[in-house]
Design a protein around this ligand. Structure first.
Ligand code: NAD
Length: 451
């Protein structure tokens, strides 16, 4: 099939290369000329495992990139919208989706053959059938469900393993205004055999994405709240507590004679310095805002956000146990990306941590193995180290924010030193360091002396 995708970010580009790999002809569209040029040159504008290989295999063959949206729409049967949907002032900002829908509509005005417009961006339930439909109908002078198809196909990929997730999805959710749209979407995904499909209407498809993300976020905040309690009690380690929880029959699969296998959802039941990224914070925020608009209170979603917003303070409090004043203390922050294996900095917990430390007067160094931020407002005055070794020079304390595998070298690099290690992800062995603090744990004796 001939497909076009508006937006070549984490979702649009990954969707494009993966669907090209499956044999479709794909045109990726972006307003950002530099991204388009990079993609056409076979260079990935983002860090994602497997992307460079898939890109170079398909570019110039079944995959091209362009800024010419009208042409791409004309030359394709289906257009996916995969532009950003940030939260602005606590609500979803649909301006990019609306603009993209209008541009696609404009291109459909003089297109003779049937076309399906499909929203892949995460949008608040009801958006496709209202905002997107209105924009596309107005610009095209045509009617959705009669002259063109209108669908909603949420994306569940995880950054850091996006290619793997897209290639081997756990489910494919296909929302559509009518059967014809469902049929077109079925054809797009025909080669994904054996994957469960959910055929539904557009608003339900939209809600499935929000429900899925809100559940994961809630599990994280739940665990962080338990972690705070563990830490306050003293000598109760949230890591051990959750290990015990993870062994529940509900969270494992067991076979006679084999070790139980913990379900991967248990990874969201681990304490840390909070969730970030381009999805969970903004999606939970947007859903709670929709609840408010509809007059439906969402205390669980609000509590999820509230606990998360407090996690950076938890890290700073751990530091403060050793440095009552952080003024002029040399602190190294390890990890800027919101999670490992990605260069995505959006809503990373590293930034609220850095802001708090800076306002307390700390002298800051930061290091991330992949993310190379340019002119980030929160990094003014922060020394960006070129390697893990370099980042540790002169440090009095190290705060681990992102679970990069490279940071497992810390015990070796800090062997015999008195540098305080604050483990925001609970990935390090607390007995490997001269001084250690971790989210969700503290020695009873320490707690006793401080009470
Ligand atoms: P992104 O910011 O990385 O990319 C968006 C791209 O769209 C940018 O390159 C931008 O230049 C382009 N764009 C904006 N308006 C345009 C227009 N009118 N025409 C052409 N291009 C335009 O965003 P992302 O992370 O890929 O997220 C896209 C959507 O997918 C969001 O709704 C997000 O919530 C959702 N989503 C993201 C992830 C993820 O892990 N990043 C996972 C699932 C769903």
């Amino acid at each position: 099939m001939n497909l076009s995708i508006v937006g070549t970010g984490y979702v649009g580009l990954v969707t494009g290369v993966c669907l090209a790999e499956r044999g479709h002809n794909v045109v990726c569209i972006d307003v950002d000329r530099s991204k388009v040029d990079m993609i056409n040159a076979g260079k990935a504008p983002i860090h994602e495992a497997g992307l460079p290989e898939l890109l170079s295999r398909n570019i110039g063959r079944r995959l091209t990139a362009t800024t010419d949206l009208a042409r791409a729409v004309h030359d394709s049967e289906v257009t996916f919208i995969a532009v950003g949907t940030p939260a602005v002032d606590g609500r979803i900002d649909l301006r990019y989706v609306e603009a993209a829908a209008a541009e696609v509509g404009q291109a459909l005005r003089d297109k003779g053959s049937y076309h399906a417009l499909v929203v892949k961006s995460t949008v608040i339930p009801g958006t496709t059938d209202t905002v997107v439909r209105r924009s596309a109908e107005r610009a095209s002078g045509k009617k959705a469900g009669e002259d063109f198809g209108l669908g909603m196909n949420p994306e569940f990929l995880t950054e850091g393993r996006a290619i793997e997730d897209f290639t081997n999805p756990d489910r494919i959710v296909l929302g559509g205004i009518d059967e014809r749209t469902h049929d077109v979407l079925s054809a797009v995904y025909a080669s994904f055999t054996g994957v469960p499909r959910v055929f539904t209407n557009n608003a339900t498809a939209e809600m499935i994405k929000y429900a899925a993300n809100s559940l994961l976020a809630t599990m994280i905040s739940f665990t962080n709240e338990i972690g705070r309690l563990c830490s306050a009690v003293g000598d109760v380690d949230v890591v051990d507590v959750m290990r015990g929880v993870h062994q529940s029959l509900y969270l494992t699969t067991r076979q006679l004679g084999r070790e139980p296998v913990t379900a991967s959802i248990a990874s969201f039941l681990e304490a840390g310095c909070g969730f970030g990224g381009s999805c969970l914070p903004k999606d939970v925020t947007a859903l709670a805002a929709q609840g408010e608009q509809l007059g439906v209170p969402t205390p669980m979603l609000r509590a999820t956000l509230e606990v998360n917003a407090g996690q950076p303070d938890e890290l700073v409090a751990l530091l403060s146990r050793h440095f009552p004043s952080l003024n002029q203390v040399r602190v190294t922050v390890l990890g800027l990306a919101f999670k490992p294996d990605t260069d995505d900095l959006r809503e990373s917990p590293a930034f609220p941590v850095i802001r708090r430390l800076r306002s307390a007067g700390a002298r800051l160094t930061a290091f991330d193995p992949i993310a190379r931020p340019h002119n980030h407002p929160d990094l003014q005055g922060v020394r960006l180290a070129s390697s893990l070794e370099d980042s540790l020079h002169g440090a009095e304390a190290v705060v681990l924010v992102t679970r990069w595998a490279e940071f497992n070298r810390l015990p070796q690099l800090l062997a015999g030193s008195k540098v305080l290690v604050v483990d925001g992800r609970r990935v390090l062995d607390r007995n490997s360091f001269g001084a250690y603090e971790g989210i969700g744990w503290r020695r009873a004796s320490t707690s006793g002396s401080e009470q």
